[in-house]
Design a protein around this ligand. Sequence first.
Ligand SMILES: Nc1ncnc2c1ncn2[C@@H]1O[C@H](COP(=O)(O)OP(=O)(O)OP(=O)(O)O)[C@@H](O)[C@H]1O
Ligand SMILES: [Mg+2]
Length: 244
Amino acid sequence: MSELRTEPGAAPTPVLQLTGVVKQYRAGDEQVRVLDGLDFALCPGEFVTVTGPSGSGKSTLLHIAGGLDTPDEGTVAVAGTDIWSMSSGARAAFRRRNLGFVFQFFNLVPTLSAVENVSLPLVLDGMSARTADARALELLRRVGLGDRARHRPAELSGGQMQRVAVARALVAQPSIILADEPTGNLDSHSSTAVLDLLRALSDDDRTAVMLVTHDRTAASYASREVHIGDGQACGQGVPVAEAR
Ligand SMILES: Nc1ncnc2c1ncn2[C@@H]1O[C@H](COP(=O)(O)OP(=O)(O)OP(=O)(O)O)[C@@H](O)[C@H]1O
Ligand SMILES: [Mg+2]
């Protein structure tokens, strides 16, 4: 990944930059323009929440930003690299190394233990099982689950599963975490634990966090909020609250 440099007094270099992103879907005879020329930049260490009504395009935005869904127009650059100009194989490898995903329904592999779930991205990337296992264990300890490493997802609570998912998202030391309603299935205690964890990452490691959420308490964690308008496509001039 290209190095991110910030000259004194210069604007920080975004780690994620979306330019003129358009996404439309066909619904019967109708073409629905979900993203309409979206410009968005995320800088190292930022914690941005993305809010908006159901169906306004939040997940679409996150998927396109993370290389999981194709934009119809526009570019997505991660640390200066245009991810949509790569082959799909190169993009998958780039994604594993540079981006961490956390989803509402955890998306853990049910047949694998917690530590195997966390080490999977490293193993897929060619790391030896032993080294990947050690790194995964370290991450599980960091999220407070060192004593649950050999448990399968079905033997964990929702909050514990989500902390395993956060550990997996972090294992390759990505520069960006993309989280789509990660507290949507958690009680308030577990939600706070997951939000605290994400906030600590952005504070301590300068990991940039983009968090789609309906959770009102999440706003208090954000350094910036992006709101996708009511039933409108989000486009240029998306209102962005002042950074706190
Ligand atoms: N694969 C698809 N085919 C057709 N339409 C789609 C597809 N994916 C999403 N859409 C439409 O795009 C719009 C935005 O969907 P998206 O999932 O991004 O919304 P959202 O803001 O994440 O909503 P929620 O808060 O309910 O998760 C919706 O109107 C949805 O119906
Ligand atoms: Mg969604």
